[in-house]
Design a protein around this ligand. Structure first.
Ligand SMILES: Cc1cc2nc3c(=O)[nH]c(=O)nc-3n(C[C@H](O)[C@H](O)[C@H](O)COP(=O)(O)OP(=O)(O)OC[C@H]3O[C@@H](n4cnc5c(N)ncnc54)[C@H](O)[C@@H]3O)c2cc1C
Length: 393
C-alpha cells in the first residue's frame, strides 16, 4: 500500500472529531496562544472596543493569518480544517479575535487563492500572510441579504476603473490594508455586472468611515468604507469583470463554515464556564451541579454543542476533500449560531445573578453569539439556501 493511500484511508476511517497528529499540535499551539495571550486582555478589549495591536502582530507571527496560504507565498500551507480549528479555539476565548482571523483566512485569502492571477497571488498572498490585514466588502446600507442590489459602481477608464459608493458593516475595516471589494461595472446587466476588486487602503479616493458601536464582538472593528472617484488599476480586478457575483457566492459558502466555527468556540467557552461555576457554587449546602435539574441542563448544552461541532467539522472536511458542501455549510452556520445563543443564554442562568454582570465571562459569550444569525447571510437566508437544495427549485 502506498503512503498516500494509507493516509487517505486513515483520514476516512477517523471519526470526525478525532484529530490527526498535525491537527492536534496545531490546535494545542492556538490554544496556548489564546489562553496565554488573549484571555487576560478580553475584558478590556471588549470594554474599549478595539483589538490589541500586539495580539494582531502575534497572529501573523504564529502563521494564523495565512493558514491555507501555500508556503511559496509565506503561508503555513495548512488545510481549511485547520483554519476552522483556529477560529474555534480563538473564539472559545474571544470571538472578536476569532472573526479577525476568520475573515482573513476564509474570505480574503480564499478569494485571492481561488480567483487571483499569478501576479496577484505573489503580491497579495504574501502580504496577507506576513503583515497586512484584509477585509471583505460586499454589504451596503441598502443591500444586505439582497447583496447584488449594490449601488457601488465601477467605470472603465482604460487602464483603471473609477469606483464610487459606500460599503457598510465591514469587519476588520479599521485595521485592514487590503480589501476584496465588490462593485457593479455594468449596472444595466444586473448581477452580471458585479466585479471583484483588490483595493489597497492607500488608493486615491478610498477612505474608512464610521466605526460601529456594537452589542457583541465589540473588539472586532466594523466600519463603513467610502469610495469617491477611487482609482483602481485594471490589474487589481479579481477574477473576470462581471463575474464578481460568483466570487462572492463561492467565498461566502466557505466563510459560513468559519462562522460556524466561531459559534462552536463561543458555545464551548460558555459551557466550560458553566461547568466550572456550577461545581464551585454552593447552595443548600452543596455544589449546585449536584442537583439533577442543573445536571440535565448541562447535559442538554453539551449535546447541542456536540451536534453543532459535528456539523461544522463535517462541512469543513467535505470542503477539504473537494465534495460539494453548500447545504452542509448553510446548515452548520444556521444550527451552530442557534446552539451558541441557547448555550450562552443557559450559561447565564446557571450563573444566577453573577451571570448577568460583566465581572464574569458568560454575558459576553451571549452578546457575541448573536452575530452568528446575521452576518455572512442571515438565518433566513441559510434556510432559503437549504430549502432550495433539498426541494430542488
Ligand atoms: C458585526 C457585523 C459584521 C459584518 N461584517 C461584514 C463584512 O465583513 N463584509 C460584508 O460585506 N458584510 C458584513 N456584514 C453585513 C451582513 O452580512 C449583513 O448585515 C447581513 O447580510 C444582513 O443584511 P442587512 O443587515 O441588510 O439585513 P436585511 O437584508 O435588510 O434583512 C432584514 C431582515 O429581513 C430578512 N430577509 C431579507 N430578505 C429575506 C428573504 N428573501 N426571505 C426571508 N427573509 C428575508 C433577513 O433575514 C432579516 O431578518 C456585517 C454585519 C455585522 C452586523
Amino acid at each position: 500500500m502506498t503512503q498516500s493511500v494509507a493516509t487517505i484511508e486513515e483520514s476516512i476511517s477517523r471519526p470526525l472529531t478525532e484529530l490527526s497528529e498535525d491537527e492536534q499540535m496545531f490546535r494545542a499551539s492556538v490554544r496556548e496562544f489564546a489562553e496565554g495571550e488573549i484571555r487576560k486582555r478580553v475584558e478590556e478589549m471588549d470594554e474599549q472596543g478595539h483589538l490589541e495591536p500586539a495580539l494582531m502582530k502575534q497572529c501573523f507571527e504564529l502563521g494564523l493569518m495565512g493558514i491555507e496560504t501555500p508556503e511559496e507565498f509565506g503561508g503555513a500551507g495548512g488545510s481549511f480544517f485547520q483554519a476552522i480549528l483556529a477560529v474555534e479555539e480563538l473564539s472559545r476565548v474571544d470571538a472578536s479575535v476569532g472573526v479577525f482571523v476568520d475573515v482573513q483566512n476564509t474570505l480574503v485569502n480564499n478569494a485571492v487563492m481561488r480567483w487571483g492571477n499569478p501576479e496577484q497571488k505573489r503580491k497579495y498572498l504574501s502580504q496577507l500572510a506576513s503583515e497586512k490585514v484584509g477585509a471583505y466588502a460586499l454589504s451596503e446600507a441598502g443591500s444586505g441579504s439582497d447583496a447584488f442590489a449594490m449601488q457601488t459602481h465601477a467605470v472603465d477608464r482604460g487602464d483603471h476603473f473609477v469606483l464610487n459608493g459606500r460599503k457598510l458593516w465591514i469587519t476588520n475595516g479599521r485595521e485592514a490594508e487590503i480589501f476584496v471589494l465588490f462593485a457593479n461595472a455594468n449596472p444595466d446587466a444586473g448581477y452580471r455586472g458585479i466585479s471583484a476588486f483588490i483595493v489597497e487602503k492607500a488608493t486615491e479616493g478610498f477612505s474608512v468611515g464610521k466605526k460601529e458601536n456594537k452589542l457583541g464582538i465589540r473588539a472586532s472593528s466594523t466600519t463603513e468604507l467610502i469610495l469617491e472617484d477611487c482609482k483602481v488599476p485594471k490589474e487589481n480586478v479579481l477574477g473576470e469583470v462581471g463575474r464578481g457575483y460568483k466570487v462572492s457566492i463561492e467565498t461566502l459558502n466557505e466563510g459560513r463554515i468559519g462562522i460556524g466555527a466561531q459559534m462552536i468556540g463561543i458555545a464551548r467557552g460558555a459551557l466550560e464556564s458553566a461547568l466550572a461555576y456550577t461545581s464551585e457554587r454552593q447552595q443548600f449546602g452543596k455544589s449546585v451541579n449536584e442537583f439533577q435539574g442543573v445536571q440535565f441542563q448541562l447535559a442538554e448544552m453539551a449535546t447541542e454543542l456536540e451536534a453543532a461541532r459535528l456539523m461544522v467539522y463535517n462541512a469543513a472536511r467535505m470542503k477539504d476533500v473537494g465534495l460539494s458542501f453548500v447545504k452542509e455549510a448553510a446548515m452548520a452556520k444556521l444550527y451552530s449560531s442557534r446552539a451558541a445563543e441557547r448555550i450562552a443564554s443557559k450559561a447565564i442562568e446557571l450563573y444566577g445573578g453573577y451571570g448577568y454582570v460583566k465581572d464574569y465571562p458568560v454575558e459576553k459569550y451571549w452578546r457575541d453569539s448573536k452575530i452568528g444569525a446575521i452576518y455572512e447571510g442571515t438565518s433566513n437566508m441559510q434556510l432559503q439556501t437549504i430549502a432550495k437544495l433539498i426541494i430542488g427549485k
